[in-house]
Design a protein around this ligand. Sequence first.
Ligand code: ZN
Length: 261
Amino acid sequence: MIKAVIGGRTYCEKSSARVTIWNEYVAEKENAEVAAVYPKGIHLAIADGLAPYGFQIQTATLEQPEHGLTSYVLDHTDVLIWWGHLAHEQVSDEVVERIYERVLDGMGLIVLHSAHFSKLFKKLMGTTCNLKWREAEERERIWVVDPAHPIASGIGEYIELEHEEMYGEFFDIPAPDELIFVGWFQGGEVFRSGCAFYRRQGKIFYFQPGHETHPTYYNKDILRVIANAVCWAASPHGAAPVFGNAAPLEQLHRSSHISGI
Ligand code: ZN
């Protein structure tokens, strides 16, 4: 394994992880305000930001056949990063089912910002994933509440973003298996901004920042959290379970020739 050393510190044990960054890539083409922030699309901004970590990165978008997420692509993906907002309903159920099965089999998944409402995340959570929101150009302070967690490696007490969309509690998700970040917003709300979940062998990380009109995905700490999450999610959670009819490991009955002795 190769270690990625950024700024003299080691953040990642798996820099050769194969990462696929999926973006619906709609607002960047329709909204000049978004295009001004992300002229090449959010997916390529994140790809550029993660480049120093040494991952093998590819991108995919909604408009491609099978949304760019064919079985071949998923077979060559250790971690899938997902950004979506306007077009959740345009993602085909067949592709969602395919990704869902891969996650259960151990493919890592990083769900960003408004992808809390994606079909995929809602299916994995089993809840509405609804929340409170407000676009008011307000400050966010994302507090580290689990400093020992590998996803928080290299981050100080908090990350401060000058402008971010407010996401507030209650966030209708199951209790996270690990809570790593809690966001505070200038208007007064708080939010579980960084949540880790295990689903069979799959590791899932939800990370709240990343509204499309703000330059959040150029922030070095935000990129570091995503890179840390790639490293954390790239290996399956435990060994593959064995299901179905099973032969006994021990003899259950005395054999007939000794019975009755
Ligand atoms: Zn947003």
